[in-house]
Write a protein that binds this ligand. Sequence first.
Ligand code: CA
Ligand code: CA
Length: 517
Amino acid sequence: MQWWENIAEEIDYSGLDYIALLSRGNPPVEKDKGNGNPKHIPTLVNALNARGAHSVKFAIFDDMPNSWSGSKNWHDSGGTLNSSSDPKFDISDAANYKYIWDYNLKQAFEHIPKERLYKIDDKPVIFFWNLKDTWFTNIEGNSAAILNYIREQCQSEFGFTPFLIVQSSWFDSDPQLALNDVDAVHGWFSSHNQRSWTLFNRNNYKIGVVVPGFYKEGRLLDPSMGTDDNGTMLRLGLDRTVGAGARTTLIEGFTNAAETAALWRSNDRGTYRFYDYPNQRLNIVRSYTSNPFPEALKVEAEACDFHYDLTPGNSGGAYLYMGDLDIVKCTDIYGGWYVTDTEPTEWMEWRELPLLEETKFELRYKSTAPSSVKISIDDNDLPTASLPSTSGIWSTIDIGSLSLPSNGLHTVRLTIVSGSPDINYFNRVRGVPVGLDLVLQDDAQTDIRIYPNPASDFVRIVSNQEIGEISLFSISGGLLLKRVYETEKEIELNVSNLKPGLYFLIINNTSHKLIIK
Ligand SMILES: [Ca+2]
Ligand SMILES: [Ca+2]
């Protein structure tokens, strides 16, 4: 379970829009090597739900040599023949379709909550891998029937039309397959041909596939994310796919460390051979998602890139992490782990963290005595933040905010200044003042008048006492204007450059709606 918990956290952290679940089938004689069995999907769903990662969607990636051919041979042999190529899978035989649908795709769809289905044009997406004669026979003239069968079953069992994306090899193996038999085509990648990304445009859908590195049977994609690579291959692939307007891009493969293709957090067993820092690939992926600068980002203490810890070893013994950081399992909201046994001068650091123009840090911690911490951005310290004792209860507290010229990537360090607080995570959120979280004031009940409202060129603010500080925020929380008035009780703001819409005026910590027409 902790493995899944960590995977859910990394998926959430990277901001992936969707994941394509490797589907390797679940025949009656169970063939479960621990991966690709659709029965595991609910465990991942539960882990994502517990994490609060509700927006991540699921597509299916049908690994047909395993899910069709391998499942049949395993089943036919009573669980003794582990081969996907001998004998080959006859795709012309409709009696074999149960390995394609009943023991495979149907079970996957049964386990994916409707709201998590990843769709293109409102159709749940299935990617298919390679249809070659290495694993299959009687291919020519018979592959379209399989796709049609899958469409019929999706319709009759679940009431939807699927979006079927096949690998280009399907057309090589079956010259009778027509483009209008499929929805779109992907080109996979090839370590043999030194091709780390492909972008296929068929039926007016650009489909990208990217791999961050790959090693198989002595064939190594070069550069293979070596120390000098700095994620170059992953960025190159994403530039040529996402950056070239791909409708969707599939990255192989989140956990595929065995073939050096993994996206997950790693220091490569302390060698930093394929990673400059543990979160590097997750950060690169996030920068190409639909939301590279999310409004809120939960940053786990135990998942820092680098740390300084005064005591040798991990006193808590938890979490798959090398080094001296002291980590224990956590029962706080969102589960996970936390850093304990902290001491003054110890620190945790994250590289290339996406910060907003107006950024605020909220720390999740517990302690039994007062302590303090400070945040540093690119070696610039924010003021030290006091952490009152929480009597051992997990609590959230503001520990600092800053304004930057623009959204950007920065090194963030959290240093223990005094005491020994337990640190779970921090939230990097937009730096809106407390006033915006309050229930909006009814202007009629306050002594502040704002008019005209709606406004177009200017707005007057009249108060029966000194106005003090005024901030103007966009609806997404971006700070547009901040002024401090010493004695004025009546002021006029020029709003002629604001686009029509809803804004918030914070006047001495009370919020007021301002509508620009
Ligand atoms: Ca330690
Ligand atoms: Ca944590």
